[in-house]
Design a protein around this ligand. Structure first.
Ligand SMILES: Nc1ncnc2c1ncn2[C@@H]1O[C@H](COP(=O)(O)OP(=O)(O)OP(=O)(O)O)[C@@H](O)[C@H]1O
Ligand SMILES: [Mg+2]
Length: 168
């Protein structure tokens, strides 16, 4: 991924703490969150030609867990849209679906954490994911379709149904 970003003229800065608490979670889902947020940051920097394109990923230890932040030097987010960007189908892109962040927030909330966005000074945006190591996890077997079409009820599973995702 770093190679793709650098090919797009983006400088990647990683600031990862050495000692971090172990966070139980679904590895594939959490990777998907990071991928979506990094892709959005890359998109936001595509239009930037008059300053450096910098993507900074930090992972720090917090009193009650960890925080991962992804900061870009892109176009930034209109303050009036700062919460709407998490709504399903909200997009400002011609080819966007507007579902990336809705799914990211669902995944993080299902892990008992929080995902938020704020302006980055002087340019761009910063997305922050906080996760705790030992909250009572609200594990879910919701799929993106369940989030986007909540009115469509899933058929009930019989007694022999396979179990949902488990922490890795
Ligand atoms: N880092 C960012 N900088 C500026 N705007 C952003 C950033 N991340 C998200 N946005 C805004 O939030 C909107 C919603 O993002 P989201 O990831 O949900 O959908 P999308 O990227 O438009 O489409 P896709 O479904 O392909 O992800 C984007 O269209 C964009 O306007
Ligand atoms: Mg997206």
């Amino acid at each position: 991924m770093r190679d793709d970003l650098e090919a797009a003229g983006i400088v990647v800065q990683l600031e990862l703490a050495q000692q971090l608490p172990l966070i139980p979670g679904h590895k594939g889902q959490l990777q998907q969150v990071i991928l979506n947020v990094v892709t959005n940051g890359t998109d936001a920097m595509r239009a930037v030609t008059n300053r450096r394109r910098v993507l900074t990923v930090k992972c720090v230890s917090e009193v009650d867990g960890i925080a991962v932040s992804v900061q870009d030097s892109g176009t930034g987010i209109d303050p009036k849209d700062i919460e709407r960007i998490f709504d399903p189908f909200f997009t400002t892109k011609t080819s966007g679906m507007g579902i990336g962040l809705a799914i990211c927030r669902m995944i993080i909330q299902a892990h008992g954490g929080r995902l938020s966005a704020s302006p980055s000074v002087p340019h761009g945006s910063v997305f922050r994911i906080s996760l705790q190591p030992s909250l009572k996890q609200k594990w879910t077997d919701q799929t993106p379709t369940d989030i986007l079409e909540p009115h469509k009820k899933k058929p009930r599973r019989g007694g022999g149904a396979r179990e949902g995702s488990r922490p890795e």
